[in-house]
Design a protein around this ligand. Sequence first.
Ligand code: SF4
Length: 346
Amino acid sequence: MRVMETARPTAPPIVAAWETTRACGYRCLHCRADAQPHALPGQLTGDEARRMLGQMGEGFPGGTLILTGGDPLLRADLPEMAAHATASGLRVALTPSATPSVTRRRLAELRDAGVRQVAISIDGATPEVHDGMRGINGSFARSLRILAMARELGLPVQVNSTVTRVTEPGLEALAEVVRGVQPVMWSVFFLVAVGRGRLDDMLSAEEHERAFHRIADLAETLPFRVKVTEAPPYRRVLAERGAAVLPPPVTGGRGFMFIAHDGVVSPSGFLPVAAGNVRDTSPVDIYRNGEIFRAIRDPERLGGKCRVCEYREVCGGSRARAWAVTGDPLAADPTCVHVPAALTAA
Ligand code: SF4
């Protein structure tokens, strides 16, 4: 096996996502947050959020903070939060829901407050597929309008796409739609059965494998970065295809952390295993020392075939998908076809 670059397990998070609110005007079929029309009780106050952002800036200087939700634009103090995070040394990105709340004025206000990138979801190449996933007619067209508006305002854009049984057949056509948007990055997320996401909508192991190769083929031709989210075995596939250098492993607990609307910290929004709360502990401390974070970063604690796999440092499996399917976040990734060499040796 080739020697691959991997992230140091104790390196600070490259990316932290903050669920600023669970409120959202949409009710997407696969919503991780099971978002509701109104904010839930217990949402972090402005003072609590400012303290958290200051601690993150100090502990993870230069790290990326994603303002997410729900719909972050339904949080009234969002520009102030973006400005505080920026002043604290964080690079701020925004993932609004594509609702009428995203206007030119509000995007400009957030840009001026320090937002450096805007990500919008497009899940299918046609309005039928995308609007069907979102449950809102006109959502596809609105997403394209918001992306164009952000670019006109000088904001680099990212497209997020969710791969499910419904969207997987159209990956190549979707790539062409994404190409037309001229993003700096396409983030392809493989569904985890969390929140409103259902096990039936997730791809099988064989379907994951075929999709990984199709995405790797596309990535070789597209003029922007293609990032695969919540599917670490994609890194194994890239290694098998001969990649000399792999993208850094940014996945739940390894270079990534998630802060829920009520301050609860977990490895990712798709692995909601609580490690602490920013109301009483610094997010930096939770990321470094929280039990689930330490367990995920220790390959010796992985279960099943992942523990003995020659790719466990490069990949390590999706801990969120293991949790969603088996209830054990350290179990073998149930959607990986690979059979480790240690298990095939005579
Ligand atoms: S067996 Fe586990 S560690 Fe190995 S490639 Fe598959 S998911 Fe990754």
